[in-house]
Design a protein around this ligand. Structure first.
Ligand code: FE2
Ligand code: FE2
Length: 411
C-alpha cells in the first residue's frame, strides 16, 4: 500500500462514529414465512444497514448472520430494513435478534463508515412445514383500529399461536406515502412487537390496494421468494401455499371490491386477469405433494366467495361494492371443491358468518368480524385436536369464544 493510501486509511479508522441512539423504532416484524425461509423487517430513524443473527438456541451460539437484502448492494435505507433468512429447516424453532448500524460519511468525504451495530432483544419463531404445529389464526379488517388490534395481538400471543394470517384491510384510508405503509404494517401504534415472535402472512384486502403508495407495499412488507412459484407465475408475488402440520394454508387475493371498469380504478387495474392467473396457480399447488397430501386444506380470501344472502353485490357492478366475489368464486371454488378443501376463511363483511359446505361445494366459509356498529373484532383460531380441525371464533372485544366449528380430514 502506498504511504498516501495508508494515511487515508488511518484517518478513516480514527474517525469516531458515535453510538446511534434511537436508531431502531419498534420491534421486528416476522413475515412471509416459508418452510425454509423467514422474512424480517424493522423500522429505523436514519440511514442504516440491517442485520439479523439466527441460531437454533436462545443463546445464539453459532448464529448465522444475514444482511439487509440486496445484490450487489445491501438494502440500506433510512426507514425500513428487510432481511431474508434462508436455509432454514421446516417445523423448527429458531431464535434471532436484529441489529442496525448507522451509516455516515465522515469529514465530508464519500467514504462511508458504519457505526457500531445496535442490537435488539432475542425473539423466536417456528418455521412452517409438515412437522410444524397444526395451529394458526386469522385476523382481518383491523382498519388502523390500533386499540382493537392490540386486543387481537395480545390474544394470539397468549394462545401461543405460531403463525397469523392478516387477511386484508389493514389501513382505513388511502396510503399516499411510504410512511403511511410504515405506520400501518410495520410499527402499528399500540401493537409494538405484534409479529416479533409470531410470523405474519399478509393477504391483501381491497383497502390494501388504495392510494398511490399501495403499489410500493414491497418496500415495507416483503413478497414471497420467487423460488416458491413456477416461472409462469412470477407475477403472483404474494400468493402462498404451505403446510402448518396437517393443514395446507393457501392464500388467494380477491383484489379490489369493484370491477376493473369502475371509475374508482382509473383504468389502471387488471384484477380480472390477476384472478384468472391465480386459478392456474391454484391448480398447480394441488400437484405439489405437500399440498395434495394434506389432511386439511384451508384457503384464505379477503372478500367472501359465497353469496352471503340472495342478491348480495357480487363485485361486478358499478353500484356500491362487492359483498362477495363472484368472479373469484367461479374461478377458484370448483378447484377447491375438486380437491376437497374443507374451509375458506374470509373477512371484508366485518362480521362473523358461517356458511356450511353444501352439495357441489366441499368447503365451508367462515368470515371474521371487524369494526362497525353491533360488530365485534374476531380472531379465528384453527387447531387440529383429536383428529379434527377445530376453528374457534374468538370475540376479542369481550375475550370470549363465540362459536366452534369442526372439520373431518380429507378422504
Ligand atoms: Fe374491511
Ligand atoms: Fe374489505
Amino acid at each position: 500500500m502506498m504511504p498516501s493510501e495508508q494515511r487515508a486509511y488511518d484517518k478513516y479508522n480514527a474517525m469516531q462514529i458515535p453510538r446511534p441512539e434511537g436508531l431502531m423504532e419498534g420491534e421486528p416484524v416476522l413475515q412471509a414465512p416459508a418452510p425454509d425461509s423467514m422474512g424480517v423487517a424493522f423500522a429505523v430513524t436514519a440511514l442504516a444497514n440491517g442485520f439479523v443473527e439466527v441460531a437454533d438456541n436462545p443463546e445464539l451460539a453459532g448464529a448465522a448472520t444475514f444482511m439487509a437484502d440486496g445484490m450487489p448492494m445491501a438494502g440500506i435505507d433510512d426507514r425500513v430494513l428487510k432481511m431474508r433468512i434462508t436455509g432454514l429447516k421446516p417445523g423448527t424453532r429458531y431464535w434471532y435478534r436484529v441489529g442496525a448500524a448507522k451509516l455516515e460519511n465522515p469529514a465530508g468525504t464519500y467514504w462511508t463508515k458504519p457505526s457500531e451495530t445496535v442490537w435488539g432483544g432475542v425473539h423466536s419463531f417456528v418455521t412452517p412445514g409438515e412437522n410444524a404445529p397444526s395451529h394458526f389464526a386469522m385476523m382481518s379488517d383491523t382498519h388502523a383500529g390500533f386499540a382493537q388490534m392490540a386486543k387481537i395481538t395480545a390474544l394470539y400471543r397468549s394462545l401461543q399461536v405460531p403463525l397469523v394470517v392478516w387477511n386484508g384491510d389493514v389501513p382505513s384510508s388511502l396510503m399516499e406515502t411510504r410512511e403511511d405503509l410504515v405506520r400501518n404494517y410495520l410499527v402499528p401504534p399500540k401493537n409494538d412487537g405484534y409479529a416479533a415472535d409470531t410470523p405474519i402472512v399478509l393477504n391483501r384486502g381491497n383497502h390494501d390496494f388504495r392510494g398511490v403508495a399501495s403499489h410500493r407495499l414491497d418496500e415495507v412488507m416483503m413478497t414471497r421468494l420467487p423460488t416458491e412459484r413456477s416461472k409462469r407465475h412470477l407475477a403472483l408475488e404474494r400468493n402462498f401455499a404451505f403446510r402448518m402440520g396437517e393443514v395446507a394454508l393457501i392464500g388467494l387475493d380477491t383484489g379490489e371490491d369493484k370491477p376493473d371498469h369502475h371509475p374508482a380504478n382509473g383504468g389502471f387495474t387488471h384484477f380480472t386477469a390477476y384472478r384468472k392467473m391465480q386459478a392456474e396457480w391454484l391448480k398447480e399447488q394441488f400437484k405439489r405433494p405437500a399440498i395434495a397430501d394434506a389432511p386439511y386444506v384451508v384457503a384464505f380470501a379477503h372478500i367472501p366467495l359465497v353469496e352471503l344472502w340472495p342478491g348480495a353485490n357480487p363485485g361486478t357492478l358499478l353500484e356500491d361494492y362487492a359483498v362477495w366475489q363472484k368472479e373469484c368464486a367461479e374461478l377458484w371454488g370448483p378447484i377447491l371443491t375438486a380437491n376437497k378443501a374443507q374451509l375458506v376463511l374470509a373477512g371484508h363483511v366485518h362480521r362473523y358468518t358461517h356458511q356450511p359446505a353444501e352439495d357441489g361445494r366441499s368447503w365451508a366459509e367462515i368470515t371474521g368480524g371487524g369494526r362497525g356498529k353491533d360488530r365485534f373484532q374476531t380472531l379465528l383460531e384453527c387447531k387440529v385436536e383429536t383428529g379434527r380441525l377445530l376453528v374457534r371464533v374468538h370475540n376479542t372485544d369481550e375475550g370470549t369464544i363465540v362459536a366452534e366449528h369442526s372439520f373431518a380430514p380429507r378422504a
